[in-house]
Design a protein around this ligand. Structure first.
Ligand SMILES: C[S@@+](CC[C@H](N)C(=O)[O-])C[C@H]1O[C@@H](n2cnc3c(N)ncnc32)[C@H](O)[C@@H]1O
Length: 270
C-alpha cells in the first residue's frame, strides 16, 4: 500500500473529474457494417400506416411545388427508396447519397431495377395523377438515379433543386450538435427556394439493424422545428404518432416540408 512521505507538507492533489463516457458521434460508428437487407426486412417489408401517411403527404407536397426537370437529392438514403420515388416525376436526376458502403452497394442494385417490395410504395404515389402519368417508375429510376457515397457533413452547397432526408438527422449519431448540423447541411445543399421534405424520429434512443445497434438523438419536436426554421420558410410540420410504436426506441415521427431560404441561418441566430 502506498504511503504519504512523512513531513512532506504537500496537500493531496484534487481528485480528477469523473470520466463520463462520450456519446458516439457519427465518425465513431462503423457504418459499413450497416446491413441493408436486415434494415429493409425490419422497416419496409410491409408498407405500414405511418410510412403510408408520410409518403402521401410528401407526394402531395412535391406535386404542388411546381417542380420540373429538377436536380434532386435524397440524403442518407440507406435502404429506403420511397423518398427517391416521391421525387421521380419531377427529376431529370435523382442523386441518392449515403456514407455507408454497404448501403451504397445496395442502392446501386436497387436503382438498376428495384425489388417488387417497393411496388406498394409506388402505388401510393400513383394515387396522385401526376405520379400515375409516369408509367414505368422502375425504368425511370434506372435512367435518372445516381448513387453517390457522400456524407451529409460534406455535401456541396446549393447543388440541387429539391431534396429529401428521411430518418437521418436523428439516427446518425448520439450528438445533438451533429443532428443540428445535418439539418443545416442538408438545407444548405439545396438552392434557395427549393422544396424539401425532412422526416425524423422523435424520442429515439437508438435502433437495431440485425445484431448491431446504432446511435440516435432523442429529438423533441420543438428543437427540430427550430432547426429547420433557421434555413426554411413556408414550413409545414406534421407529426405521426402510433400507439404502440412500431419501430424500436422512438415515440413518433415528424415530417416537415417547406422551401429553403436564400441563406441558411444557424439556430443560434434566432
Ligand atoms: C436510420 S438510417 C435512414 C435510412 C433511410 N433514409 C430511411 O428513410 O430509412 C440512417 C442512414 O444514414 C446513413 N448515414 C450515416 N452517417 C451518414 C453521413 N455522415 N452522411 C450520410 N449518410 C449517413 C446511414 O448509412 C443510414 O443509411
Amino acid at each position: 500500500m502506498a504511503s504519504t512521505p512523512a513531513g512532506g507538507g504537500c496537500e493531496s492533489p484534487a481528485p480528477p473529474p469523473p470520466i463520463r463516457p462520450s456519446l458516439p458521434s457519427n465518425a465513431d460508428v462503423e457504418w459499413d457494417r450497416f446491413d441493408p437487407q436486415a434494415y429493409v426486412r425490419h422497416n419496409y417489408a410491409v408498407l405500414r400506416d405511418d410510412d403510408r401517411e408520410i409518403l402521401r403527404r410528401t407526394r402531395d407536397f412535391f406535386a404542388d411545388a411546381e417542380l420540373a426537370d429538377a436536380d434532386c437529392v435524397d440524403v442518407g438514403s440507406g435502404a429506403n427508396l420511397y423518398p427517391a420515388l416521391s421525387l421521380l416525376p419531377f427529376a431529370r436526376r435523382v442523386d441518392l447519397c449515403d456514407w455507408s458502403t454497404s448501403n451504397v452497394n445496395w442502392l446501386r442494385t436497387q436503382v438498376a431495377g428495384y425489388d417488387e417490395l417497393w411496388d406498394p410504395y409506388w402505388q401510393v404515389c400513383a394515387e396522385h395523377p401526376t405520379y400515375a402519368a409516369l408509367t414505368d417508375p422502375r425504368g425511370r429510376l434506372a435512367r435518372v438515379g445516381r448513387v453517390l457515397r457522400a456524407s451529409v457533413f460534406d455535401v456541396p452547397r446549393h447543388a440541387w433543386d429539391a431534396g429529401t432526408m428521411f430518418f437521418v438527422a436523428c439516427s446518425i449519431s448520439a450528438d445533438r450538435i451533429e443532428a443540428e448540423q445535418a439539418i443545416g447541411r442538408f438545407l444548405d445543399a439545396l438552392r434557395p427556394h427549393s422544396p424539401f421534405a425532412v422526416a425524423v424520429m422523435l424520442g429515439s434512443h437508438g435502433y437495431s439493424v440485425g445484431p448491431r445497434t446504432f446511435p440516435a438523438v432523442a429529438l423533441q419536436r420543438a428543437e427540430v422545428v427550430a432547426g429547420i426554421t433557421a434555413g426554411a420558410y413556408e414550413l409545414n410540420v406534421h407529426e405521426v404518432r402510433l400507439t404502440p410504436p412500431l419501430r424500436d426506441g422512438y415515440v413518433g415521427m415528424l415530417l416537415a416540408t417547406g422551401r429553403t431560404r436564400g441563406r441558411a441561418r444557424r439556430w443560434s441566430d434566432g
